[in-house]
Structures are given as C-alpha cells and as structure tokens.
Design a protein around this ligand. Structure first.
Ligand SMILES: [Fe+2]
Ligand SMILES: [Fe+2]
Length: 185
C-alpha cells in the first residue's frame, strides 16, 4: 500500500531534533500520539496529536528556530498543510495548540513552570500570556478544549527514557491511524 504523504514527510524530516532537547521530531510526534491514545482520545484528536508539529517539518528552518529569535508560525503552516488531507477535527486543534499554551499560561497557576526552556522561549515570540480579553475569546473557540488536551500531551512528549522508537513500526502505526480517520470522514 502506498504510504500517505504525512508518513513520507516524517520519513524524510522526522530526524530533526525537537527543541534541541534530546528527542527527534518523529519521537516527539509518536510520544504525543501515544499519550492521546492512552487518554482514549478520538482517532481524529490522536492524529492531531501525532501531526501537531508537522509545520516544523515544512518550514525549512531546521532545528529549534527559536534560538535564532524566529517564530516559524508552525501551527499555521501545519494546519494549512493538514487541511488539504484531513477533516477539521484534525487540523483545527493543530492550528490552536500554540494559542492553548498562551491561554494556559495566563489561566492555570503553575503551568508556566512546567514548560520546557524552548516553550518558554517561544512563548515570548508567540505573544506571551493571553490578555483577559484574549482568554475570553479563546474560551468561545469550539476547538478550545481539544487544543488544550493536545497541549498537555505536547508538553510532556519529550521523554528520553521512553523505549527507543522503531521507525518502521511507528510509521506503520501512523499509516493505520490515518486510514482509520479517513475512513470515518
Ligand atoms: Fe508546536
Ligand atoms: Fe510539539
């Protein structure tokens, strides 16, 4: 069976490091998808978790652009890319996963302290914590809850002590999940 374009994207660029924190983009994506699976998320949200940083893979900016003071707007490029393949339930949580961080920093005590160094660095580039008005607007967004769930998994998907990932196996898992989401759409 022909592999989906998203699987091929990870095969080509998944070796890029994630945040310079010791895991690759492929490992980060897989860990995030695993956490969504363990949380019994619907397949579309599992796929959103898997593909939430696909935008990083298509910007051509390489590893950790925040170190150069660059916000690569990967949530927008990722959502745009995914919207040509998948339903809204996949690409909208991806579009809002950065705004979810800005919202959670503003509204959840102690959340900021749990963020990685790169997430804190990118927060400033992404506009910092939301204002009360921005928080209100975000709460009215129909994807607010899914984006926050994704964000929680994203924040902890940088585990270097997880078993070493077998690329063939996890690319197979991604292909199966994609087929399941597309079948249900
Ligand atoms: Fe991201
Ligand atoms: Fe991420």
């Amino acid at each position: 069976m022909q592999e989906h374009a998203m699987v091929l994207l990870f095969r080509a660029h998944g070796h890029l490091s994630y945040d310079g924190e010791g895991v690759t983009q492929l490992e980060h994506a897989w860990q995030c998808g695993q956490l969504a699976l363990q949380a019994n998320a619907l397949p579309a949200l599992q796929l959103a978790a898997w593909l939430h940083d696909a935008g990083h893979l298509v910007t051509g900016l390489g590893d950790t652009p925040t170190l150069q003071g660059v916000d690569d707007r990967h949530e927008e490029s990722g959502a745009r890319l995914l919207s040509s393949h998948f339903p809204e339930a996949v690409f909208e949580p991806v579009r809002w996963h950065v705004e979810a961080k800005r919202y959670m920093v503003a509204s959840i005590p102690g959340y900021r302290a749990r963020l990685s160094a790169d997430s804190v660095r990118s927060l400033a580039l992404q506009g910092g914590p939301m204002s009360p008005e921005e928080c209100q607007r975000f709460e009215a967004n129909p994807h607010c809850m899914d984006a926050q769930r994704l964000r929680v998994w994203d924040d902890v998907s940088k585990r270097m002590d997880w078993p070493l990932v077998d690329e063939e196996r996890i690319c197979g898992e991604l292909q199966t999940l994609i087929a399941r989401v597309l079948q249900a759409a």
